[in-house]
Design a protein around this ligand. Structure first.
Ligand code: NAI
Ligand code: 13P
Length: 353
């Protein structure tokens, strides 16, 4: 950070922070920031929601049992939130991420820190949120935050760790200082693309794990799915330039474990509902919150086929969700596929497709 950040310097460790997005994760991060003594300009679209939070300190729609502490200022004026902020955290679903940032791009200042919390991919052009930030806010300093961070646990101050990925060491340090506290730890990485892809891709495997759970699969099967999911997502990400070692970290295997083993994950819950026989549309409607994996699945399937990366779990899940394939037929075909390398960074896969 500059010696005298503008506007507003609240002493050694207190910043003005804008949190964009009034859903579960925006609320969770606003809560951590408020408790850490920062001033939070908490932006959401809906004035009734903002007014209710101002009055009750509760985001009833997304976190009904949680009271927000500290200087949290709900607002529907995004321009003002960004103008007042030294650092901006963006927790807007991937479908709306670019349009919200673009509409207000002139409000962001040169050098301002902007961090994406979003775990998704843009539909057109397969862009990640960090790429959107670079395109829309080229003069800001950007980063991405990703890791095993179930919002419902963070708001209960349950012990959690995450990863800030940024090229600029000052961005990494600032975010560690902003968010770190007795229940929340922030580790650093420079592999922005790997951290971000890991967060987006794991949503697909959380759906697979939910499905497996609905089918009462055993622990061996669950472990196989998680581990082969890891092999598949790292194969894909590395082919796009990510560092394979990132997948050994919190944003990779860490987030995969959290979401593939817990019904607190919305993606897991969508998979579970489908495994119990619900239609995708019904499952999503019932959820009432974003499950990025259902969109990411389509984009990754298309991209992996275009660049020739073998992703049998992606292909199988796509057939179940979007082509009405029988779950048993897909499982059978996965189990009967050619038996290949375990860790292909040690023993390369035998190419069979
Ligand atoms: N909830 C969690 O545990 C975590 C979520 N994330 C990521 O954070 C992102 C946001 O997810 P959640 O907050 O959980 O979703 P959510 O479904 O709880 O809330 C979504 C929020 O986005 C807002 N929104 C939707 N379209 C908008 C638009 N066009 N303009 C402005 N706001 C809009 C909604 O009004 C709502 O406030 C997702 O990419 C998710 O993967 C990341 C880590 C953990
Ligand atoms: O990314 C998450 C936890 O790390 C949240 O996962 P869901 O979006 O599936 O709830």
């Amino acid at each position: 950070m500059p010696d005298n950040p503008t506007p507003g310097n609240h002493g050694a460790n207190s910043y003005d922070v804008a949190v964009l997005g009034g859903g579960s994760f925006g609320t969770a991060m606003a809560k951590v920031l408020g408790e850490n003594g920062h001033v939070v300009h908490f932006w959401m679209r809906d004035e009734a929601q903002a007014e209710e939070i101002r009055r009750t300190r509760i985001n009833r729609r997304y976190m009904p049992a949680v009271t927000l502490q500290g200087d949290i200022q709900p607002t529907t004026d995004l321009a003002e939130a960004v103008r007042k902020a030294e650092i901006v955290l963006v927790a807007i679903p991937s479908k709306a991420f670019r349009s919200v940032i673009r509409e207000h791009s002139s409000e962001f200042r040169d050098g301002q820190i902007v961090v994406s919390l979003t775990k998704g991919i843009e539909e057109h052009g397969f862009k990640l949120m960090s790429e959107i930030l670079l395109e829309e806010l080229p003069r800001c300093r950007s980063g991405v935050l990703s890791g095993p961070n179930l919002a419902g646990e963070i708001v209960n101050r349950e012990l959690t760790a995450t990863v800030i990925a940024a090229k600029d060491p000052d961005v990494r340090r600032t975010v560690q200082e902003l968010l770190g506290c007795e229940y929340f730890r922030v580790y650093a990485n420079v592999d922005i693309y790997g951290v971000e892809l890991a967060g987006a891709l794991k949503n697909i495997y959380a759906i697979v794990a939910g499905l497996a759970s609905a089918l009462n699969m055993g622990e061996n099967a669950k472990a196989m799915l998680i581990t082969r999911g890891l092999a598949e997502m790292s194969r894909f990400a590395v082919s796009l330039g990510a560092n394979p070692m990132t997948f050994m970290g919190l944003a990779g295997v860490g987030d995969l474990i959290a979401t593939c083993t817990s019904s607190k994950s919305r993606n897991f819950r969508v998979g579970y509902a489908i495994g119990k026989g619900q239609k995708l549309e019904e499952a999503v409607q019932e959820l009432g919150q974003v499950a990025e994996g259902i969109y990411t699945l389509k984009l990754v399937r298309e991209k992996s086929e275009a660049i020739g990366i073998y992703m049998p779990l992606v292909r199988g899940l796509y057939e179940i969700l979007y082509e009405s394939a029988s779950i048993n037929a897909v499982i059978n075909s996965l189990m009967m596929a050619v038996q290949n390398s375990d860790v292909e960074f040690i023993l390369p896969r035998t190419i069979t497709q």
